[in-house]
Design a protein around this ligand. Structure first.
Ligand SMILES: *Cc1c(COP(=O)(O)O)cnc(C)c1O
Length: 467
């Protein structure tokens, strides 16, 4: 498979190149040159397969030329072996035509594990073929750091350093990062806030000599490998609900637009998805766009569903590229204008075409708590503040008669405060994390100072020579 940039000025690459590069050199996002197609018979043949086998079949066309299907299957088996549910992505019925697709049975209890667990193996595989080592550095306000750490823990050719703001993450979030037993993981508690952490990471990447010396890399959310790894679960769920003979709808709690874009990719590959419902919290740029062609940037406000607190959805550029007929020059111009003006100009006919498939939905914090209570009392289904927005969207916006697959993106135990507010008690951690509060934490404290952080990263990289 070849990959092209949405902005048309970066070299085409194969899968391995895209995996390691992340962002394209022209600032665009990589997309497959064409979408692989599965016929109805080919889809039907996937029904009933264990999840890792189905995942390997769906992802194989994207990695073709870089990774064989047998290698990919072995990686999928390893990636999902540590999940706490035999089905990996169980589909739970919540109402007559409403199903929660639980994507949170991985090590960090959130859907990021679905992609990152596999991406860790893909990185390791490609790096060992090339005889390269990378050092991943990242900043986290809580959620993404643990998923990245769990993804690469104990991988030989990768070190990872995650900066978190000291005292400003929840205790569960911090412990999920600092209790991972792996000698390639360095956690740094920075005396500062999340913005300081992010600035320090940016500064390390901007420090060319340091960046080259350390071969710095990132596991960012715009890597196409992550999108590819999110397609199979939609196929899995839809097949269980009667596809390809029966159409389905999907409802997805959305932040950066990566998860719902993967559902749209599944449709390009032949899965009959009739409707895509984009569910947001009060940070509703996508809902405003879908309701009124108003894609204008507003200040991000904190909500009960922090992983959806975004000002701009970076993966939307991929959908735009498609609906502009893959016109990279026009995509580049639209994105450049958006960057300078804070408002995206999308022609009415393009907007209408998007609207035919996509619908927006929004829920504020108060309604979110009410919906948690409702699904708990009506169906004994305890949903976290992200997942419940998807469930409510699915119930309120479903096309008549179609089953809706609502992506459940986090385990309720990850957000005990909100759950307690809604239903009066705190959900217990699942068994594999029940001793989280007793585990030993390992982290290093540092001031919000570039030289101090770079010294820590360098010493960590050289730790074996010094030993
Ligand atoms: C990341 C995340 C989302 C948003 O997913 P996108 O792919 O960025 O749209 C939703 N819910 C949870 C719990 C997440 O961690």
């Amino acid at each position: 498979m070849r990959y092209v940039s949405t902005r048309g000025q970066a070299p085409e690459m194969d899968f391995a190149g895209v995996l390691l590069a992340g962002l394209a050199s022209d600032g665009g996002l990589y997309m497959p040159a064409t979408w692989p197609r599965f016929s109805a018979a080919e889809l039907r043949a996937l029904r009933g397969l264990p999840y890792p086998e189905l995942a390997a079949k769906i992802i194989a066309p994207f990695t073709a030329g870089s990774i064989t299907e047998a290698e990919l299957l072995a990686m999928c088996r390893q990636a999902y072996a540590g999940f706490a549910h035999k089905a990996i992505v169980p589909l739970v019925q919540v109402d007559t035509n409403l199903y929660a697709l639980e994507l949170f049975h991985g090590p960090t209890l959130a859907f990021k594990d679905m992609a990152l667990q596999l991406v860790g193996h893909l990185f390791e595989h490609v790096l060992s073929l090339r005889g390269e080592k990378v050092r991943i550095v990242g900043a986290t306000s809580g959620d993404t750091g643990s998923a990245a750490i769990e993804a690469v823990a104990n991988r030989k050719n990768i070190d990872i350093t995650i900066l978190h703001p000291e005292g400003k993450t929840s205790e569960v979030q911090r412990r999920q990062m600092t209790t991972v037993k792996a000698d390639n993981v360095l956690n740094i508690a920075v005396a500062g806030n999340f913005d300081d952490c992010q600035d320090l990471v940016k500064a390390m990447f901007a420090d060319e000599p340091f960046r080259a010396e350390m071969n710095l890399s990132a596991v960012n959310s715009i890597n196409f490998a992550r999108i590819a790894a999110q397609i199979p679960y939609y196929v899995y769920a839809a097949l269980n609900l009667g596809a390809p003979e029966r159409e389905v709808a999907v409802a997805v709690p959305t932040g950066n637009f990566g998860n719902i874009l993967a559902a749209w990719a599944a449709k390009q590959m032949g899965l009959p998805i009739a409707k895509f419902i984009v569910a947001s919290n009060r940070n509703d740029i996508l809902t405003r766009f879908l309701d009124a062609n108003d894609m204008s940037v507003k200040t991000v406000e904190p909500s009960l569903s922090p992983s959806m607190d975004i000002g701009v959805s970076s993966n939307f550029e991929r959908l735009l590229f498609e609906f502009l007929g893959r016109d990279a020059a026009l995509t580049a111009k639209t994105m450049a204008d958006f960057r300078t003006s804070g408002k995206m100009a999308v022609e009415a006919k393009v907007w209408r075409a998007i609207r035919q498939q996509f619908q927006g939905y929004r829920l504020d914090d108060e309604a979110t708590l009410k919906e948690i209570r409702r699904s708990y009392t009506e169906s004994q289904y305890l949903a976290d503040p992200h997942s419940v927005i998807g469930l409510a969207a699915g119930r309120d916006c479903a096309p008549v008669g179609l089953p809706v697959i609502a992506a459940a993106t986090a385990h309720p135990a990850k957000f005990p405060d909100a759950i307690e507010k809604a239903v009066g008690s705190r959900p217990p951690l699942p068994p594999h994390l029940s001793d989280l509060y007793d585990r030993k934490e390992i982290f290093t404290r540092a001031p919000a100072d570039l030289t101090a952080i770079e010294t820590l990263v360098r010493n960590f990289a050289n730790r074996n020579q010094n030993a």
